[in-house]
Design a protein around this ligand. Structure first.
Ligand SMILES: *Cc1c(COP(=O)(O)O)cnc(C)c1O
Length: 366
C-alpha cells in the first residue's frame, strides 16, 4: 500500500485508522450483514450510528443541551442561504438586516448569497490587503438579525484570534476548516456550521449546531429541505440523510476521542503549525503573507520571494510538481490567490509536516 502526505484543503486527509476500520466493516458493519451504504436510514443499526456520532460530537465540542446538532446536505455553501432564510425572515413590513465581516472568498460568498434573502451590511473587510489579516469587528447594531463571521479562512490562511462579543445578536460562524481543531466555546454562538470534508469526514455532509431559540423563525415560503425546524424536528431524518458520511464522521470522532479529544489535538495542531511557521520565518526563499496574530493553524499559505512574476510562477509550479513526486501532494495555492498552501488538518500527522519542511529546505538549497 502507498500513502502520500496529502495537504489538500478539502476534501482532505482522513485518519488511516478510520479508513482501515471502514474498510474492515465495508460489507458487514457491526454484525448487521450489510454495509452502512445499504442500510435503511430508519433501521436500528443506522439509528445507533447517527446517535453515536452526535453524542461523540457533543462530547468532544462540549455542545450545551440547548443546542441541536443537524446533519444536512448541500455542504457549507447551502448554509449561506439557509442562514438568512431561517434567521432573518422579513416579517410584516419591517425588513431585516444581517451583519457580515468579509475576511476572504468564502465570507464574501456567504454575504452575497445572504443578500438575496435579507439586507446585508458588510461591517468590516480585510480585502484592502488581500485578506491577509482579520479586521477589527465593530459592535453589532440594534436590529441585526445575526452577525456572521468565518472563523478560519481556508483560502487565505487566517483565523480569528478572539471571538467577537455580539451581545444579544446571535453570532453565526462558518467553522468548516477549523471545527474540532482547538477548543471552542459553543455557548458564544447562535449557530455554527461546517462542511464535513475538511476536519470531519467525507464531502456530502454539513454539520449545523444551532441554539434552540433560533429554530422556527423561517420565512413562510422556505422550502422544507431548507428549514432548520423541520430537520431538527425529524432528528436530521426528514429525508434520507447522508448516511455513509455520518458513519465516517462517527469513526473520526472515535479516533479523536481516543487521541485525547480536542485539547490533545489542539496541542498537536499548535506544534505542527508552530514548526511550519518557524521554518517559514527562517527561510530565505519562502514566507507567509499572513499577519502574525491572524495566522491559521489549519491552512498555511506561503509564497516565494522571487520578484519577477514569471520566474516566481515557474519556480512555484516546479515546487508543487517536485513535492508531489516526493509524496507531498496538493500543495498548490487556491486558483484565485496562487502561491502554495499546506493544509494541515487534524488528520495530518506531524511526520507529514516535518517531511514537508525537510523537502522545502532541500528545495531552497538547490
Ligand atoms: C470549503 C469551505 C466552504 C465550502 O464548503 P462546501 O461544503 O464545498 O460548500 C465554505 N466555507 C469555508 C470556510 C470553507 O473552508
Amino acid at each position: 500500500m502507498k500513502r502520500v502526505y496529502n495537504f489538500s484543503p478539502g476534501p482532505s486527509v482522513l485518519p488511516l485508522p478510520v479508513l482501515e476500520k471502514a474498510a474492515a466493516e465495508m460489507s458487514d458493519a457491526n454484525g448487521s450483514g450489510q454495509s452502512v451504504m445499504e442500510m435503511s436510514h430508519r433501521s436500528k443499526d443506522f439509528k445507533s450510528i447517527i446517535e453515536k456520532t452526535e453524542a461523540l460530537l457533543r462530547e468532544l465540542m462540549g455542545i450545551p443541551p440547548n443546542y441541536k446538532v443537524l446533519f444536512l446536505q448541500g455542504g457549507a455553501s447551502l448554509q449561506f442561504s439557509m442562514i438568512p432564510l431561517n434567521l432573518a425572515a422579513e416579517t410584516g413590513g419591517g425588513g431585516k438586516k444581517a451583519a457580515y465581516i468579509e475576511t476572504g472568498i468564502w465570507a464574501d460568498k456567504a454575504a452575497k448569497e445572504a443578500a438575496k434573502f435579507t439586507g446585508v451590511e458588510v461591517r468590516a473587510s480585510s480585502k484592502d490587503r488581500a485578506y491577509t489579516y482579520i479586521p477589527k469587528a465593530p459592535a453589532p447594531e440594534p436590529g441585526d438579525a445575526y452577525y456572521h463571521i468565518t472563523l478560519n479562512n481556508t483560502i487565505v490562511g487566517t483565523k480569528w484570534a478572539e471571538i467577537p462579543d455580539t451581545g444579544k445578536v446571535p453570532l453565526v460562524a462558518d467553522i468548516s476548516s477549523n471545527i474540532l481543531s482547538e477548543p471552542l466555546d459553543v455557548s458564544r454562538f447562535g449557530l455554527l456550521y461546517a462542511g464535513a470534508q475538511k476536519n470531519l469526514g467525507p464531502a456530502g455532509t454539513a454539520v449545523v449546531i444551532i441554539r434552540e431559540d433560533l429554530i422556527g423563525r423561517a420565512a413562510g415560503k422556505t422550502p422544507a429541505m431548507l428549514r432548520y425546524d423541520i430537520h431538527a424536528g425529524e432528528g436530521s431524518m426528514y429525508n434520507t440523510p447522508p448516511c455513509y458520511g455520518i458513519y465516517i464522521i462517527g469513526l473520526v470522532m472515535e479516533w479523536l476521542k481516543n487521541l485525547g479529544g480536542v485539547e490533545a489535538i489542539a496541542r498537536l495542531n499548535r506544534e505542527k503549525a508552530g514548526l511550519f511557521y518557524q521554518y517559514l520565518e527562517s527561510s530565505k526563499l519562502f514566507y507567509s503573507p499572513v499577519e502574525k496574530n491572524s495566522r491559521s493553524l489549519m491552512n498555511i499559505p506561503f509564497v516565494s520571494r522571487v520578484e519577477d512574476p514569471e520566474k516566481r510562477a515557474g519556480l512555484e509550479s516546479r515546487f508543487v510538481k517536485e513535492a508531489a513526486a516526493s509524496g507531498l501532494v496538493n500543495l498548490a495555492g487556491h486558483r484565485l490567490v496562487g502561491g502554495m498552501r499546506a493544509s494541515i488538518y487534524n488528520a495530518m500527522p506531524i511526520e507529514g509536516v516535518k517531511a514537508l519542511i525537510q523537502f522545502m529546505e532541500k528545495f531552497e538549497q538547490a
